[in-house]
Design a protein around this ligand. Sequence first.
Ligand SMILES: [Cu+2]
Length: 134
Amino acid sequence: MNKKICILTLLFAFILAACGGGAPSTTIDVTMTDFSFTPNAFSVPAGEQITLNAINNGAVVHNFVIMKLGASAGEAFDDADVPNVYWEVEIQPGGSIKDTFTAPTEAGDYQVVCRTPGHISSGMIATLNVVAGN
Ligand SMILES: [Cu+2]
């Protein structure tokens, strides 16, 4: 590939990554692989019904787990983290789901993780930014 195009492509990717969440949306589109969420930042309006469209392009089961505000699953998701789950859904390898949940009413950054053992430390972490309504 032409070097200039390559650099421009990289730059564009960084800009997209920086804007991650973008404007709040009631739809989340996420692709899971072994082992990441793409994108890894989402922005939703507080208290609204959110539609999650998730695709698992990986070879193993992945989860989209939203932790409660201020909670972190740490390096590994274990039993102690279960009460701190706000909402979660599991997606089989090669599968996809369309599901809905009600966004938290409290604005802030919520941690999103995959609870399959070893996946957090492999990089399956994302951020759900909940934005207060008008
Ligand atoms: Cu996973």
